[in-house]
Design a protein around this ligand. Structure first.
Ligand code: C5P
Length: 325
């Protein structure tokens, strides 16, 4: 597309995620980041991101989960727009494109372990690239995404993916069929760095390495092979046996009430449950769409104070749904 017929506005839909496995290794002594072996699974609960040409960058937040979302330059979505503008100038050798007015429709719970903030940043990258004439390739966008945060590249990719490194070195995972979920949203969120810090405290990774621990402290976690096999069968009971999350214990330590949500999920017949990412959202795996509706009705009756919703995966990554000229 030439720059003259580029649109004035673009809207992108971008999915939430749950980690089907999240293996965490000891933090890198320099960056403090933890090496991961994780399996991301995108679900069809999406934020909608619209960008329009404007005189200066701005951000407006709407939708059911808008409360508490900063509408200022600290928001990752705002940083995504600024970083992409700089990359256009550097990579394409063009003048910095016009700023954008961003609107986020927040349907993904905030600070819930479902990568909603990262999804919005991924959405801004794809939408602004559309607006500015698609000068950057999908690979360029992935590089910019990785600079913004560990979960942002997966927001662009979607589906099921193995994530290594910080979670940003992605490869596609083969799977069969769909998985049906009930998500239970806690009233208070958890900050991802706090959950990693609690993991470090629990595992003694917060002090300087000793001769005994230094070998273990250089080890990157192994990919979860049995889960990858199970995903090829598509059988939720087989998959349930291999779901795992190293951040579940620290999330439960910081919010002990989550155990009652996991217990309630089993009581109402979910196949299994786990904390989503760094929490505190709890994901309950179900056998089918109908079963997920039954489980959500059961949860609403047993724990009326908790907000529940159903979702299905794998869902596609960020995609343009509307452009206006
Ligand atoms: O990359 P992102 O901004 O999502 O990470 C938020 C925080 O979570 C980081 O600042 C870091 O404290 C922690 N984190 C980590 N190791 C990872 C991913 C995140 O320690 N692989």
């Amino acid at each position: 597309m030439s720059r003259t017929d580029a649109p004035r506005a673009a809207t992108v839909r971008v999915p939430a995620k749950v980690n089907l496995a999240l293996r965490v290794g000891p933090p890198d002594p320099d960056s403090g980041y933890h090496p991961l072996a994780t399996v991301f699974h995108a679900v069809d609960l999406c934020d909608e991101v619209t960008v329009r040409r404007a005189r200066s960058t701005s951000l407006q937040v709407t939708g059911p989960f808008r409360e508490g979302v900063p509408a200022d330059p600290t928001n990752l979505a705002w940083r995504a727009a600024e970083l992409l503008r700089e990359n256009y100038a550097r990579t394409c050798g063009v003048r910095r494109p016009s700023p954008v007015a961003i609107t986020l429709e927040k349907n993904i719970p905030v600070a819930g372990g479902m990568a909603g903030g990262s999804a919005d940043a991924a959405g801004v990258l794809l939408a602004a690239n559309e607006l500015w004439g698609e000068e950057l390739t999908p690979l360029d966008l992935q590089d910019v995404a990785a600079e913004l945060g560990a979960d942002v590249p997966f927001g662009l990719m979607g589906g099921n993916a193995l994530g290594l490194g910080r979670g940003d070195e992605l490869s596609t995972v083969l799977s069969q069929g769909e998985l049906h979920w009930v998500f239970c949203v806690a009233t208070a969120g958890l900050r991802t760095p706090d959950v990693y810090r609690e993991l470090d405290r629990q595992l003694g990774w917060d002090g300087p390495p000793t001769p005994e621990t230094s070998a273990a402290r250089t080890a990157a976690p192994e990919p979860p092979q049995e889960l990858l096999q199970a995903l090829r069968t598509g059988d939720p009971h087989e998959i349930a046996r291999h779901l795992e999350n190293d951040l579940q214990a620290p999330a439960l330590a910081l919010q002990p009430g989550l155990q009652a949500t996991l217990d309630a999920g089993r009581e109402v017949g979910a196949v299994t449950g786990l904390v989503s990412g760094s929490g505190p959202t709890v994901a309950l795996l179900c056998e089918s769409r109908e079963h997920a509706i039954d489980v959500s009705v059961g949860m609403a009756a047993l724990r009326p104070e908790i907000q529940v919703f159903t979702a299905t995966g794998p869902a596609p990554g960020a995609r343009v749904v509307d452009t206006r000229h």
